[in-house]
Design a protein around this ligand. Structure first.
Ligand code: NDP
Length: 277
């Protein structure tokens, strides 16, 4: 041991991981905070995940974010979980504890909730499109925001029932895409958590003519950032939330956990421009 202070190291594990924008966010905040550290992309295949996580302490890493396809598998590889990670059934942030054990968190919930805290969703209907990995955290966030009926629209209805069963405090109704019009009636919030509208995926083609007059439209897709859904919502004068809100929000929570410092959120506009927003 040289006794010299170690740079604080964290990273993001996924397969593939080349697309991840997290290093840009964390390096920006590290620089702003004047901290000696780095945040790197770590391509790890599903077969190698147990070995990679077991090696974090030996590598001197503060922790990692985990992304597709590892968020559910990683849960079982952490020695401890926060109550929130247990409720979601997935971890996106793992912190190496002083004794070398791994504590699994889920910061996606806070990232999604932050722009909706003052939205007055209590008791009001919400339409959630998609029941994949992201929807798990969003359902927990909606329960904590006090949302009324959650109308979950998905092709795979068994998957809808499974993710909704994990959040029993929510009032939930499953819809197929053929019943979309009813699902959107008077909605106070519409969330796109499908991969529709993403670069390389089919478009999301829905009409927002039945939603409540004060409806908020949240598209968590961030590539592209300006989706057809958000364009339509703005044209109708509805409040919109784009995918960078959740992306930056979950990263900010993870930054606090890794580096014991608050990220500088005063220049999110600069970050957004750097991320193509
Ligand atoms: P998953 O692969 O876990 O889920 C994909 C969802 O999209 C499922 O509900 C699936 O339905 C649905 N879907 C896919 N193709 C179609 C189709 N052709 N028609 C109808 N439904 C379809 O993905 P994630 O939940 O991880 O991610 C979903 C989106 O959210 C992605 O665009 C991702 O980039 C984005 N995201 C954004 C985040 C942010 O911070 N802004 C965080 C996480 C994700 P089915 O179950 O029927 O197959």
């Amino acid at each position: 041991m040289s006794g010299r202070p170690q740079p604080a190291l964290a990273g993001v594990i996924g397969w593939p991981i080349t697309h991840s924008r997290s290093p840009y966010l964390h390096r920006h905040w590290l620089e702003r905070a004047g901290l000696d550290g780095d945040y790197v992309r770590l391509p790890v295949s599903p077969e190698q995940l147990p070995a990679a996580l077991a090696g974090l302490a030996a590598l001197g890493m503060r922790g990692v974010n985990v992304t597709v396809p590892h968020k559910v598998t990683a849960l079982a590889l952490c020695q401890q979980l926060t109550p929130l990670a247990t409720r979601v059934g997935a971890v996106n942030t793992i912190v190496v504890q002083p004794d070398g054990t791994l504590l699994g968190h889920n910061t996606d919930v806070a990232g999604f909730s932050a722009p909706l805290r003052d939205a007055g969703l209590a008791g009001r209907p919400v339409t959630l499109l998609g029941a994949g990995g992201a929807a798990r955290a969003i359902l927990v966030a909606l329960a904590d925001l006090g949302a009324g009926e959650v109308r979950l629209v998905n092709r795979d209805q068994a998957r809808s029932a499974m993710v909704a069963a994990a959040v029993p405090e929510l009032t939930f109704t499953a819809y197929g895409w053929a019943e979309l019009e009813s699902a959107l009636q008077d909605a106070a919030l519409v969330v796109n958590a499908t991969s529709l509208g993403m670069t390389g995926q089919p478009p999301l083609d829905i009409a927002l003519d039945r939603v409540a007059a004060d409806c908020i439209v949240n598209d968590i897709v961030y590539a592209p950032l300006e989706t057809a859904l958000l364009r339509q919502a703005r044209a109708r004068g509805l409040r919109t939330i784009d995918g960078l809100e959740m992306l930056i929000g979950q990263a900010a929570e993870a930054f606090c956990l890794f580096f014991d410092a608050m990220p500088d959120r005063t220049d999110d506009a600069v970050l957004r421009r750097g991320l193509g927003g």
